[in-house]
Design a protein around this ligand. Structure first.
Ligand code: HPA
Length: 280
């Protein structure tokens, strides 16, 4: 059996054999938001199937390729399509690409997703700065850091109180009005999925102080924080998930991405344009 450190190294080598770009930032594009990858200049596109130990994406709306190149002049490694616990992968597997991004040199992770909005006064297409998260599978034991800890990757007991970088959040707040976005902000809760929530579950999440709900992200951010990365998270509110709203469905989640992708792209490009491009 190989160990996580060696698996990361094998994946890193397979990627650097195809691209010499040193990414400063890793970007995970969520459901319906993958098209931003088309704006990458000097792109090297690597199917997940060509990278050792990478899982492969099985969900419609998630393409399954890693793209390295420049976005707004900033060197990035982009996941076009991510992995989810509900696909059958362990939390350690779903977060393996974050490890690889870090090994490639990325000191910052920008993570995006489609999420249900738990606030009745929010609208489909709203963008929410993630200020904090609740990792329900993690709390229940499906935690990406469960098992032996390799100190080369991060500490045994990493703090999560500052998992979301305050300065990056500030910058996003400052940029949003200039691209016509009224930025929401709040707490993202990760559930296991794949079923959407019952009304009672939605009420519970609201009472727990959650503003958006989805099936990804918190585990990825946990691993990024473990690895010492700065994290910025953005949720695209793809449906209103209040107890009296109509039932959620996947087609609606993807359609919301279509409607918002332009503004969302502008926001991210503007953010990346003035980010420090050095790797750490
Ligand atoms: N619930 C859970 N995950 C989601 C939702 C939702 O309403 N919308 C997009 N991802």
């Amino acid at each position: 059996m190989t160990h996580l450190f060696e698996e990361i190294e094998a994946a890193r080598q397979a990627i650097t054999a195809r691209s010499t770009l040193q990414p400063a930032t890793g970007l995970i594009l969520g459901s319906g938001l993958g098209e931003l990858a088309d704006a990458i200049e000097n792109a090297t596109v690597i199917p997940y199937s060509a990278i050792p130990y990478f899982p492969t994406s099985t969900v419609h709306g998630h393409r399954g390729e890693l793209v390295l190149g420049l976005l707004a002049g900033h060197p990035v490694v982009v996941m076009r399509g991510r992995f989810h616990f509900y696909e059958g992968y362990t939390p350690a597997q779903t977060t393996f690409p974050v490890r690889v991004m870090r090994a490639l040199g990325a000191g910052t992770l920008i993570v995006t997703n489609a999420a249900g909005g738990l606030r009745a006064d929010w609208q489909v297409g709203d963008l929410m700065l993630i200020t904090d998260h609740i990792n329900i599978p993690g709390m229940a034991g499906y935690h990406p850091l469960r098992g032996a800890n390799d100190e080369r990757l991060g500490p045994r007991f990493p703090a999560m109180t500052n998992a979301y970088d305050v300065a990056l959040g500030e910058r996003l707040r400052a940029i949003a009005p200039s691209v016509g976005i009224t930025l929401r902000e709040g707490v993202y809760t990760q559930l296991a999925g794949p079923s959407f929530e019952t009304r009672a579950e939605l009420r519970l999440l609201q009472r727990w102080g959650s503003d958006a709900v989805g099936m990804s992200t918190a585990s990825e951010v946990t691993v990024a924080a473990h690895a010492g990365m700065r994290v910025l998270g953005i949720s695209m509110i793809s449906n209103i998930a209040t107890p009296d709203a109509p039932p959620a469905n996947h087609a609606e989640v993807l359609a919301a991405g279509e409607a918002v992708k332009e503004r969302f792209g502008q926001l991210l490009l503007k953010l990346l344009a003035d980010m420090d491009s050095s790797t750490h």
